[in-house]
Write a protein that binds this ligand. Structure first.
Ligand code: FAD
Ligand code: FES
Length: 272
């Protein structure tokens, strides 16, 4: 069973774990993810591979404790094990030389944009990273993002860290001479970035529909891109932002809110 070899809290409700997974670490590329189960009874949850070390045979995952499975995951310590972990899944991000690019990460999109920014810089692009969080406390991984970028621009909703405002406010100021924009974060943020860059810069977003198997078998992650049905787990997760049907994605992601609340309530009762 995959063993956790490191666990730390990065911010309130945001944790990082290091998992022994040599086969995944030897094949991982920027933009890929894993699907794991915390225990035999648990659901499968997808998490982006934030970092990996093929020498040590480990992968790093950063997650927000948002519901039952991520709360359970957040309780594990070094030495504990997961039921199983599958990956690397999804297509690697199309890393090549584009020129000057912006890597935009909002909230838990920051750990997902980090390996993409790093790989794009290594490929010879000039990388301007734009990261946003609600408050300074929730601004995670700024040292790592700084190392992965030529320049790092930060913003927060309340102005406690960087510019006061959203990532789209900051992106507006640098949009003129960009060859590509890559954005990862909440659906509404990616939709706003897509609207801002339409007819101005090619834009790729990494989609986060609900996933179950992560291998193209169950159909749970169906999204509409350019009028066609795609499975985000095998056809993505990266897609042309200007062709994504964000409204449908938003509605689908909110379909399970009631059952997720119920699951959290039942689990909470047993863990008070
Ligand atoms: C490709 C991909 C990569 C992701 N990477 C990260 C990451 O690096 N860090 C991180 O914190 N989160 C990431 N997520 C979201 C993460 O999978 C969910 O937060 C997690 O599954 C929530 O499970 P839960 O039981 O704790 O919460 P629940 O109460 O079950 O759900 C809370 C919310 O999480 C989302 N969600 C629930 N189940 C799933 C599922 N099976 N698949 C996708 N989303 C779900 C829904 O929006 C839901 O409303 C990623 C999602 C995808 C699709
Ligand atoms: S998660 Fe099952 S098809 Fe994509």
């Amino acid at each position: 069973m995959p063993k956790i070899v490191g666990a730390e809290t990065l911010a309130p409700d945001i944790n990082k774990i290091v998992v022994e997974a040599p086969q995944i670490a030897s094949k991982a590329s920027a933009g890929q993810f894993v699907v794991l189960r915390v225990d035999e009874q648990g659901e499968r949850i997808p998490l982006t591979i934030f970092d990996w070390d093929s020498g040590e045979g480990t992968i790093d995952l950063v997650f927000l404790k948002v519901g039952t499975s991520t709360q359970k995951l957040g309780r594990l310590k070094a030495g504990d094990t997961l039921a199983d972990i599958l990956g690397p899944l999804g297509k690697p991000f199309p890393v090549k030389k584009y020129g000057k690019i912006a890597c935009v990460g909002g909230g838990l999109g920051i750990p997902a944009i980090h390996p993409i920014a790093r790989a794009m810089r290594q490929a010879g692009n000039e990388v301007v990273s734009v990261v946003g969080a609600r408050t300074r406390q929730l601004m995670i991984l700024s040292d790592e993002m700084s190392c992965a970028s030529d320049s790092l621009l930060m913003c927060s909703d309340d102005g406690s860290c960087g510019v006061k405002g959203f990532v789209t406010n900051v992106l507006t100021d640098v949009l003129d001479d960009l060859d590509l924009v890559v954005a990862v974060g909440p659906v509404k943020m990616m939709e706003a970035v897509a609207e801002l860059t339409r007819n101005k810069a090619d834009t790729i977003v990494s989609l986060n529909p609900v996933m179950v198997d992560g291998t193209g078998m169950c159909g749970a992650c169906r999204v509409k891109v350019g009028g066609q049905v795609k499975f985000a787990c095998v056809d993505g997760p990266d897609f042309n932002a200007h062709q994504v049907d964000f409204k449908e994605l938003w509605n689908k992601n909110n379909q399970y809110v009631e059952s997720e609340r119920h699951s959290m309530k039942c689990w909470g009762r047993g863990n008070d």
